[in-house]
Write a protein that binds this ligand. Sequence first.
Ligand code: AMP
Ligand code: GLY
Length: 424
Amino acid sequence: MKILVVGGGGREHAIIKKLKENPQIQEIFALPGNGGIAQDATCVAIGAKEIDKIAAFAVDNGIDYAVVAPDDPLVLGCVDALEAKGIPCFGPRANAAIIEGSKVFSKDLMKKYGIPTAAYEVFDDCDKALAYLDTAPIPTVVKADGLALGKGVIIAMTREEAKAAVISMMQDKQFGASGDHVVIEEFLTGPEVSVLSFTDGKTVVPMVSSMDHKRAGDNDTGLNTGGMGTIAPNPYYTDDIAAECMRTIFLPTIAAMNAEGRTFKGCLYFGLMLTPNGPKVIEYNCRFGDPETQVVLPLLESDLLTVMQATTNGTLAETSVKFRDGSACCVIMASKGYPQAYDKGFAITVPEEVASHVYVAGAERKEGALLTNGGRVLGVTAVADTLETAIEQAYALTARVQFDNAFYRRDIGARALKAMGEKN
Ligand code: AMP
Ligand code: GLY
């Protein structure tokens, strides 16, 4: 079989490495991939948003199955375009990807179908939003409607901060058209849990839960990033909470999307907050999380391609999806300065024994050398029987990967370990 994977980050590298365990796969093409992915797939210089070129490539190269991993191409209709050419895909069509593409859509969906989430108001007029903020409860959360590279969310601790966020989104168009509408919502508190799930639009199979670490610095300080590390499973997500989420959030979301004529197939990511009033949805993503995938897929025992095809074919209920016991930890190595300005072009050395643990996100290959080419450069994952050992091993492996200007958080998983200590 020939497989095409759209995307070029650490998540895509993790998907490709997992897919490669299936001996029926002869070749994997990554569009565009990256310098590290090039060791595991054939990289082709077609951007993830070049939908027409992707579809043409798939036809010309006899692709049997396509995996569309990032949000942008999903929202732009990459799955629709591939399906129109007769190529089966993993991922939602554009009319379902809107669950991530528009926060106004997802908030209205949750309200209409009674799915627990933060209370909110939507504004398309800057003055009305500012007037609302004169009396809104503080802290509050201001969100740009559309995709904004994870940066369109401002937690405002004061009225002034909230108003400044509204002005930068709605007036100064910091996120372009994403700021035409803003959501202003209730500030929630509690541990956060990421639950990725496979769904064929009828059955939903949650994967092992995980915990992201979004801030750049230790102890959750510094700027928000795309994610500086992850652990799985998330100790806050108990069996009881999982059962409650299935009943109050996961199944109702699948049913709501069907009722709207927007059947969702692929990976639906539930970003949850375990509030004192029960689990609530912070956000939906229409895809695998990055770097959650780098801890979730290494724990998957079942064949990834088989499970993906079951989401496409509507046979997920009859398909076994098994995760191994134990834990995984992924430490992201980034370029000093990220998520702001950083230098790139530094040579990366990965010892051979460490390579199987590494998922490359931002690197290019030049004359045989692997060079840094992004803010998040790579992730190093270890799997072990306990979380404590997974963390220890991930850090021991990380210490053996070298490039100039590297930085990484030293406390990935520390809060999870502490929570486990408190439970016992
Ligand atoms: P998002 O991009 O929607 O995942 O939001 C980024 C981060 O902002 C989340 O991971 C949460 O930590 C935080 N956040 C988003 N919405 C809320 C909320 N209503 N209350 C508290 N924190 C929030
Ligand atoms: N790690 C969060 C995300 O993928 O959106």
